[in-house]
Design a protein around this ligand. Structure first.
Ligand code: SF4
Length: 330
């Protein structure tokens, strides 16, 4: 394997640690997958120490009973990374039991609980009667554990776009953070679900404008950056063009439960499998990988997700802060 000097190690990744899922979401078919292979906890020791942000996702990550062992190994391999576990919040007792063990290993770990609307809207989006109440109960119990890094994670579709501002307001009432995404299509993630969204541009703009205005009103840099991310999301959904260029498969990657590594959840080009990797640095910086990145770039798939946008925003500080200053003043 020859090593290229053209690249650097990744800083951001999404780890889907299982495809096992107890939800029935309309925008994702992962719950239909059965008996999918999963990595052993020791394989996570191979991840590069360069990572700064790790989203532990699924499926429903808390259904993996060896989750504390996975977190132990992630902390060993990537001691400086911020970690957030994404969950649908339905298995309240299991989540609280697992989270107690996880917090003993990594006290600053975060949790993002999905809420896609208020009451019945959320239940319909997630296909679980009473799901909203269960997820909110989980949030409250996680707060009682003393978790400070807690957020509501909203996924927008045509069905629930009018609830974006309502879920945002709920996050303010609960005094926790708010993150959001738009339902996307993937050939290999989301159970291969194809989400064709044609949102009303008027609703979309109204909802995102509200969110941006509220975030910019604050005196909190993190929330101003979120306002910029929301601005990018609104532009992306209406035009399909990201406002900043990204480097999928260079700055970030997606790892599926079987160990396959992809540039992102929407780039269907397999870069390798973690089980076959001896040295991640050599793998990532090899000339073979550069050739695969050319294929990724040639596909030119538009994407605007927090894992991809975060590194793009770090790389374009003048553009981001220029927008913040201009819009904050306005
Ligand atoms: S979106 Fe999340 S909770 Fe819903 S089916 Fe997919 S993995 Fe499960």
């Amino acid at each position: 394997m020859t090593v290229s000097t053209k690249t650097h190690l990744p800083v951001d990744c999404v780890l889907a640690i299982t495809y096992n899922c107890n939800s029935r979401c309309v925008m994702c078919d992962i719950w239909k997958l059965k008996n999918q292979p999963e990595l052993l906890p020791m394989e996570f020791l191979k991840l590069p120490a360069s990572l700064r942000d790790i989203n532990i996702s699924g499926g429903e990550p808390f259904l993996r009973l060896d989750l504390p062992q996975i977190i132990t190994n992630l902390k060993k391999a990537v001691p400086r990374a911020r970690m957030v576990i994404s969950s649908n919040g339905f298995a309240t007792d299991l989540i609280i039991r697992q989270m107690k063990a996880v917090l003993a290993i990594k006290p600053d770990i975060g949790a993002a609980i999905s809420i896609d609307g208020i009451g019945e809207t959320h239940n319909q989006m997630r296909g679980i009667p009473g799901g909203f109440d269960r997820a909110i109960d989980t949030v409250k119990k996680l707060k009682e554990l003393g978790m400070r890094n807690l957020r509501l994670a909203y996924t927008a579709t045509n069905m629930n776009i009018e609830h974006l501002s309502k879920v945002y307001n709920l996050s303010r009432e609960l005094d926790i953070e708010f993150t959001h995404s738009y339902a996307q299509s993937s050939e290999f993630y989301f159970g291969g679900k194809q989400n064709v969204q044609n949102p009303s541009v008027e609703s979309l703009q109204k909802q995102y404008e509200y969110l941006i205005k509220q975030e910019l009103k604050t005196f909190n840099l993190k929330r101003w950056l979120r306002a910029y991310f929301a601005y990018g999301m609104c532009k992306f959904v209406s035009s399909k063009n990201p406002i900043l260029s990204h480097a999928p498969g260079r700055d970030f990657f997606f790892l599926d439960p079987s160990g396959d590594i992809y540039p992102s959840v929407v780039h269907n080009i397999k870069l390798g499998n973690i089980k076959e990797i001896v040295n991640f640095g050599q793998f990532w910086c090899s000339d073979e990988m550069e050739e695969k990145r050319k294929l990724v770039n040639a596909k030119n798939i538009p994407v605007w997700m927090i894992c991809t946008a975060r590194s793009a925003m770090r790389k374009h500080p003048f553009q981001v802060f220029g927008w913040i200053v201009k819009n904050k003043l306005l």
